[in-house]
Write a protein that binds this ligand. Structure first.
Ligand code: PNS
Length: 162
């Protein structure tokens, strides 16, 4: 059984995240979308809201035979992955600027849990500049984010703004 963890803040889920889930899921039997509980970062959505939105959106993408699970965690990704029985951590890389941060995380996670490999996927070109932070910023200032975040995420964002 090949089980992966795809960890992140997902505040909120973007089409870039969905693209990574869609493309990496055929590599695994099971994938846990693991939402970090990070109240210190003053997130737009609570961890429960983020999990709920992801659960609503996932049935809209094709993931073959891979079972998708949405869960939240606090503490170290490496601990969560080990306790979940995962053999891989999935991360997406958008641009060279992501590389250093991702390299540091992957090396640290490997030191913490040598049996778990980090698997990197290059972001889809059309999403290579899309981040949750940028989406929130543009949305808050009245810009268009259609096509970059799932429609099911746009409505909750609108209600946060009002
Ligand atoms: O979507 P993000 O914000 O880029 O995800 C970052 C995340 C959640 C993967 C990273 O911050 C993380 O793993 N946090 C948990 C704490 C931890 O394990 N830190 C050490 C990583 S080496």
């Amino acid at each position: 059984m090949k089980r992966a963890v795809f960890p992140g803040s997902f505040d909120p889920l973007t089409n870039g995240h969905l693209d990574i889930i869609k493309r990496s899921s055929p590599l695994f039997d099971e994938m846990i979308i693991a939402v970090l509980n990070n109240p210190d970062k003053n997130p737009m959505f609570s961890v429960e809201e983020r999990c709920e939105m992801i659960r609503e959106v996932l049935p809209t993408i094709e993931t073959g035979n891979c079972k998708l699970i949405v869960d939240s965690f606090s503490g170290l990704t490496a601990d969560f992955a080990r306790n979940s029985g995962a053999n891989a951590i999935v991360r997406g890389i958008r641009a060279v600027s992501d590389y250093e941060y991702e390299l540091r995380m992957a090396l640290m996670n490997r030191r913490l849990e040598p049996s778990i490999e980090t698997v990197f996927l290059m972001a889809g070109e059309e999403y290579s500049y899309v981040s949750s932070t940028l989406m929130k910023q543009v949305f808050e200032l009245g810009g268009r984010v259609a096509g970059l975040i799932p429609e099911l995420v746009e409505a909750p964002m609108r209600s946060k703004k009002n």
